[in-house]
Structure formats: structure tokens, C-alpha cells
Design a binder for this molecule. Structure first.
Ligand SMILES: Cc1cc2nc3c(=O)[nH]c(=O)nc-3n(C[C@H](O)[C@H](O)[C@H](O)COP(=O)(O)O)c2cc1C
Length: 332
């Protein structure tokens, strides 16, 4: 019997299942033996652990992405508000200077340049892409033709089934407690993940509310075969986010985020004074995000310039460790 690139004896596999019934039946777990966790997701992504650093706009700096991949997970570059394919190419090349392990990229459907970015990704030999922010209908065949695996981010069962029917290789089931862009249907991770697992045959990766080994194991118990985390990776040594952004996460309680309406969608963000004013309608909504606004708020620390997206897990984060420390704790 062979799982991924790891040959497994049938009796070893059976005793793993018996000794380790906590994990979902699809998961072949070697953690107890101090080895790798290999399953359909690690095989798909080409990494050691099924742990993805979710895309996060301008704060997915090459150092963060490379650190996640070096630690055995899969780092992702982001393009949601990117405006120049050559900037993406340079980011990929900068990341390659820091790691020879695989990393991926997110394509945001609402960005009109998403198809152009796809070609750069193929030219630079990126093998995995997550697609979010709208229907993946146009991107899935294009990416597959370019030899790239496609993981679709879905906040509902309907979205996950639609993506599977269009040929997606895996689903990120993202619950409403997650940081960043949200729809209006708001299903929590603990409900969404098993519902999606029951509805599709392709591997499911859980996102939203996961921050440590407890969340990781809970996600596996729900039937996911991997996790994607965003907020946890902002408050790390390697992330380029401003220290005020990281510290606001550290200082937050579990009620420290709120949903700010942006018209067609909402954003889960830290309850900074700006976010509170927008939530209470004491300040008129501002034009949507641009790369410039994000850079000023997220990297330069202009807390009154833009929102600071983060998930409810901000309330579980109490320090700013290295990426390696986070991943080691998760697989311990
Ligand atoms: C600051 C920030 C920016 C984000 N930007 C993107 C993005 O560009 N594309 C995307 O698919 N998801 C984006 N997300 C979602 C994350 O990739 C990830 O799925 C989410 O943060 C997981 O939930 P968690 O924050 O509870 O870990 C963003 C999240 C945050 C916090």
C-alpha cells in the first residue's frame, strides 16, 4: 500500500487506525511516530504537512511565504489587489531565493488581471493555486491547461459542489469566523467543514478559526485533510505587517473583531476605532481597498487609514513567534 510517496505496510496502517482513532479515517497520521503527515492534501500540494498559509494581500511577503514552506507547510503569495504581473514575477523569484520548497499563489476572481497572472505563475513553475472571491469557472480550465493544481476557497456547500463539478482538485472550506472578505451567509467552520466533507469527494481543507494544534486536530476530526490559517501567520516574526497590526491581534479578545460592510461583501476586521465607526455608521463607508490603502494600514501602521482584517482567532493569539515554532507546535 502506498500513500503519497510514503510506502506503508498494511499492518502498520491498521495499527495506526486502531491506535489513533481520533483522526478521520482518510487521514494517515504519523505524528505519534514523529514522522510526516502524508495524505491526499500533502500529495497534492507537495509539502510535508497539510498546513497552508492563506493568502493575505500585501502582507504575504516572500519571507513569510518561504518560512511557511521551509517549515513544511505551503506558503501562498497573494494577488487580490495586485496590479502588475511583473511585480508578481519578482515576488516569486524573491521567494525562490529563500526556499527551494514548493509554494503557491492565490488568484482572486474579482481582480481583472487574474488570467494574466495565471500565465506568469505557469512560466515561474508554480504548481498550486487557490482561487477565491467569485466563480472559478474561467480559471479552473485555464490553470489546468497550464499544469497547475486548483484549490477553490468556498464558504458554502453549494460553492464547494459547484467547484468540484468544474474540476477543482480540492476545496478550502472557509468558515465565517475567518479574517478578511466574507459573504453574507456566515456559516461557522465547525458546521461548514463536515457539511462540505459529506458533499464532495475531493479533499477538503478547513479554514477559519484555526490557530494551533487544538484547531488542527479538530479540523481533522471534522473530516478535513488539511488546514489553512491566515490571522495566526500575521502575528509572526517573518510577516511584514506593522508591529501595531500584530500587537492589536495579540491584545484582542475573542470578541475583538467585527464585520464591516463593504456593499457587495463584508470584511471581518479588528475593532480598531475606524472599524467601530464604520460598524456603527458614524462614519461614511470609504471606497474599497486598494493596494495603496492596504500598504498604508497594514505595513506602515496607519490604523486610521484602512481596516485591519483578522479572524476571531485573534482572541487566541498571545505572542509573536516564528513560523517554525507555530508549525512545530501544531504537529506536536
Ligand atoms: C489580512 C487578510 C487578508 C486576506 N486576503 C485574502 C486574499 O487575498 N485571498 C484569499 O483567498 N483569502 C484572503 N484572506 C483569508 C485567508 O487567506 C485565510 O483563509 C483566513 O484568514 C483563515 O481564517 P483565520 O484568519 O481564522 O485563520 C485574508 C485574510 C486576512 C486576515
Amino acid at each position: 500500500m502506498k500513500f503519497g510517496s510514503c510506502p506503508v505496510q498494511a499492518d502498520q496502517y491498521c495499527s495506526e487506525l486502531i491506535n489513533n482513532t481520533f483522526y478521520h479515517h482518510k487521514q494517515v497520521d504519523y505524528l505519534a511516530k514523529g514522522g510526516d503527515t502524508m495524505n491526499a492534501v500533502t500529495e497534492l500540494l507537495g509539502c510535508r504537512y497539510p498546513i497552508i498559509q492563506g493568502a493575505m494581500g500585501v502582507i504575504c511577503n516572500p519571507e513569510l511565504v518561504a518560512a511557511v514552506s521551509e517549515a513544511g507547510g505551503l506558503g501562498l503569495l497573494a494577488t487580490a489587489f495586485a496590479e502588475d504581473p511583473e511585480v508578481l514575477r519578482n515576488q516569486i523569484r524573491d521567494t525562490k531565493q529563500l526556499t527551494n520548497k514548493p509554494f503557491g499563489c492565490n488568484l482572486f476572481v474579482m481582480n481583472p488581471l487574474a488570467q494574466e497572472f495565471s500565465k506568469v505563475l505557469a512560466e515561474e513553475d508554480i504548481r498550486t493555486v487557490t482561487v477565491s472571491g467569485g466563480s472559478p469557472k474561467a480559471l479552473i480550465p485555464l490553470l489546468h491547461d497550464l499544469g497547475i493544481k486548483v484549490v477553490v476557497v468556498a464558504p458554502t456547500v453549494e460553492g464547494a459542489k459547484g467547484a468540484e463539478a468544474l474540476g477543482a482538485d480540492a476545496i478550502v472550506a472557509e468558515g465565517a469566523e475567518s479574517g478578511g472578505v466574507q459573504g453574507f451567509k456566515g456559516v461557522s467552520t465547525i458546521v461548514l467543514v463536515p457539511a462540505v466533507v459529506d458533499a464532495v469527494k475531493i479533499p477538503v481543507i478547513a479554514a477559519g478559526g484555526i490557530v494551533d494544534s487544538r484547531g488542527y486536530k479538530a479540523a481533522l476530526a471534522l473530516g478535513a485533510e488539511g488546514v489553512q490559517m491566515g490571522t495566526r501567520f500575521i502575528a509572526t516574526k517573518e510577516c511584514v505587517a506593522h508591529s501595531l497590526y500584530k500587537q492589536t491581534i495579540v491584545d484582542s479578545s475573542e470578541t475583538g473583531t467585527g464585520l464591516v460592510s463593504m456593499g457587495r461583501f463584508q470584511i471581518r476586521a479588528l475593532r480598531t476605532p475606524l472599524a467601530e465607526r464604520l460598524i456603527k455608521n458614524t462614519e461614511a463607508p470609504r471606497p474599497g481597498f486598494t493596494g495603496k490603502v492596504m500598504e498604508e494600514a497594514w505595513i506602515a501602521g496607519g490604523l486610521d487609514v484602512g481596516l485591519l482584517p483578522a479572524g476571531q482567532v485573534a482572541g487566541l493569539i498571545s505572542g509573536i513567534p516564528s513560523v517554525e515554532d507555530i508549525i512545530q507546535e501544531m504537529i506536536s
